[in-house]
Each structure stands twice: as C-alpha cells, then as structure tokens.
Design a protein around this ligand. Structure first.
Ligand code: CMP
Length: 140
C-alpha cells in the first residue's frame, strides 16, 4: 500500500470550474483517488480542520474562506504520495510556485490557492479521519 494524503479543491477552485483540471493532473501523476466527495464546511468545521494553524494571523481569514463555498475533498494514495502531491501543487504562495504546478497556473492569492494537501503523515491521518469514515473509503 502506498502513502495516503488528503486533497482539497478549495472554494476558489470549485467556483472557477477547475475540478476537472485538478483531477486530470492528479491522475496523470499516478495519484490514485480512493475516496471523493463535495462538501460545504461550516466555520467551526473549517476551524477544526485548520487546528494546527490556530493562533496564526491568517487563521480567521482562511477559515472564513474555506467555509465560503463548496470544496471537493479526496483521499489520494501513491508511493511517496504526500511529497509527490505537494510537488504537483507547488508552493503555498503561488508567486513562489514552480512553473507547471497547479498553484502557479491557477492560484490568484496566497489564500485562494486552489488546492490543499497534507504536509506530513501525521497530519494526513488527522485530515483523512476528519472528513471520511471507513465506509466511504472504496479502496482499489
Ligand atoms: P493550505 O496548504 O491549505 O494551509 C493553510 C492555508 O492558509 C494555506 O494553504 C493558505 O491558503 C492560507 N494562508 C493564508 N495566508 C497564509 C500564510 N501567510 N502562510 C501560509 N498559509 C496561508
């Protein structure tokens, strides 16, 4: 079994009709989608998701944004999946992201940066369990 990570297509990605474009890039990179759903988080749900960032200057703003519209959330799996998905996304700040990455191509703001990905195995486990129960993970 490869390494699992959580992916979110954020409200800006959904409203700009980038769901298909993002998923194509994931599949081309060999990141397998094990589970997927569209949700709309409440402010409190967004705060729980971004708990690791509690107290940071952008915490209020990013949780407002993440609860402002629907998101597509997915569990991805691949060998070295966390690092490979982060490379595909590009740097958090799209201005620093490498050419050809999702954020460089589509992001418009450090906050409205189209996608989220877990940054460690520990956070991936927390994030996956935050959104999905065992019955929702199809496996393949
Ligand atoms: P994400 O990878 O989802 O993790 C935290 C999010 O907070 C980040 O992407 C950005 O959307 C948002 N954010 C806003 N400002 C900052 C900042 N200065 N540093 C890091 N993340 C930020």
């Amino acid at each position: 079994m490869g390494e699992r990570t959580l992916s979110i297509i954020k409200p800006d990605g959904v409203s700009k009709d980038l769901i298909g474009a993002v998923i194509s890039r994931l599949e081309e990179e060999g990141l397998k989608i094990l589970a997927m759903k569209m949700i709309r988080m409440t402010k409190d749900e967004a705060k729980g998701f971004y708990k690791v960032h509690e107290g940071k200057p952008f915490y209020e703003s990013v949780t407002d944004f993440m609860s402002s519209g629907p998101c597509v959330i997915m569990i991805l799996e691949a060998e070295d999946g966390i690092r490979r998905y982060r490379k595909l996304m590009g740097a958090t700040n799209y201005k620093e992201a490498e050419k050809g990455t999702i954020r460089r191509d589509f992001a418009t703001d450090i906050e409205k940066n189209v996608v989220h990905g877990s940054d460690s195995r520990e956070n991936a486990e927390y994030e996956i369990n935050y959104f999905f129960n065992a019955l929702e993970v199809a496996g393949r």
